[in-house]
Design a protein around this ligand. Structure first.
Ligand SMILES: [Zn+2]
Length: 405
């Protein structure tokens, strides 16, 4: 194959940009249409799946032209997101949906969901193409990149600007119109922005930090997809948990199951329905994390902070109590308990004597203490080997504990 000449200039791909978007921006540099650039400059006729699985020969030509590594170019298409975002681009894999969306559970107990099986399915890839983008991004002439993730029903907001993605028509950089013509950018809710930040982090960093622990991006996408299916579970199958589903939909202000009556996989739902489902998923996570909803799924605990254990924050439990503690009262109680034990345990008797006697050096004082111990019922022979210069002899100051005796 002929070695392609490097392009004298070309814009650098933006993080997460779709291959088609970047090629369009390259074509604009040379006042060409993108299909012409692909066909005449790169020698590839009609390529339908630029953003899904571009041919390797095209990627190699692009790498030679741009000097950009092959791997980076590949990650600008969905093929580069296998197996993190989806298990395969092949839609004929057996049990694909079960494996992806039914092995985990978040909101509902795993057993309460009927496992679905369909013959042809791929995670996230919509049945009709999506044209949604951030109005702030696309209205900035210096940054008219369409992100690959925006072509999926995966995010509701722009990870950079926190505003809703809006439907557009046309080709960014050439002619562009917004469906909602006079719409100023709409700020996404905190719940939506939080969900989309995590998704963006998964796509760009390969992991997500959840309250419980850091999880792999692959798990994040499967949890999200699981949640979307749980929210679309017919209430008749939810048993005692139907109330949770109903509550979530009420909270986000959309009809139950976004108006669905028959179950269909998320990917083939109407785009407007998908958006409502995503909004409900963001609502669920927010409700779980703010403890407004008790999830029943096996993976739900990932969204809850680690439970406080005895030494979680480095302090013994008593030090974390809100009420002030009477340490002397606590100490006296401990001594009373120690006296009870010292009546039959020589070791405890000697330890107790050591505590009680420190600061006392003269024989008379020690003898009086022995008498006190005997009166408390502690056998004197338990103390017969006690050395006053024992482990506590280095402590010079009487802390008042021995006044107890
Ligand atoms: Zn933006």
């Amino acid at each position: 194959m002929k070695q392609a000449q490097p392009w004298p200039l070309h814009p650098a791909p933006k993080e997460g940009e779709a291959l088609s978007s970047w090629l369009n921006r390259v074509a604009i540099c040379y006042q060409m249409d993108m299909p012409d650039l692909v066909e005449h400059d790169l020698g590839h006729g009609q390529v339908d799946d630029l953003d899904a699985a571009p041919p390797l020969s095209l990627l190699m030509a692009l790498s030679q032209r741009s000097g950009i590594e092959l791997d980076r170019l590949r990650c600008m298409s969905f093929a580069g997101w296998v197996p993190w975002l989806l298990d395969s681009l092949d839609d004929r894999l057996p049990a694909a949906l079960e494996t992806y969306a039914f092995q985990f559970s978040v909101l509902l107990p795993r057993r309460s969901r009927k496992t679905r099986s369909i013959t042809s399915w791929r995670a996230w890839l919509p049945s009709q193409s999506i044209h949604r983008a951030c109005p702030i991004c696309l209205n900035d002439p210096a940054s008219q990149a369409v992100l690959l993730a925006w072509k999926l029903p995966l995010m509701l907001s722009c990870p950079l600007h926190g505003c809703w993605l809006e439907s557009y028509w046309g080709v960014p950089g050439r002619f562009l119109g917004w469906q909602n013509t006079d719409a100023a950018p709409r700020t996404a809710s905190d719940a939506i922005a939080a969900m989309d930040r995590r998704t963006w982090h998964a796509l760009t960093m390969g992991y997500v930090d959840l309250p419980r622990r850091r999880i792999h991006a692959g798990l994040w996408f499967r949890l999200l997809r699981t949640l979307l299916d749980e929210l679309n579970t017919p209430l008749s199958q939810c048993g005692a948990y139907a109330g949770s589903i109903r509550y979530v939909w009420e909270r986000c202000g959309h009809p139950l199951r976004a108006g669905q009556s028959l179950w269909r996989p998320y990917e083939i739902l109407d785009p407007a329905v998908q958006l409502q489902m995503l909004e409900a998923a963001a609502t669920v996570v927010d409700l779980i994390e703010s403890k407004m909803l008790s999830p029943r799924g096996e993976q739900a605990e990932l969204f809850l902070p680690e439970p406080q254990t005895e030494f979680t924050n480095g302090l013994p439990p008593d030090r974390r109590k809100k009420e002030p503690i009477n340490y002397w009262q606590e100490a006296a109680k401990a001594i009373d308990e120690a006296i009870v034990e010292a009546r039959h345990n020589p070791e405890t008797a000697r330890s107790l004597f050591a505590v009680a006697s420190f600061g006392r050096r003269d024989p008379d004082s020690l003898e009086r203490l022995r008498v006190t111990f005997a009166k408390e019922g502690i056998p004197p022979e338990f103390l017969s080997h006690y050395e006053p210069d024992g482990p506590f002899a280095c402590l010079r100051q009487n802390d008042g504990l021995s006044d107890k005796f």
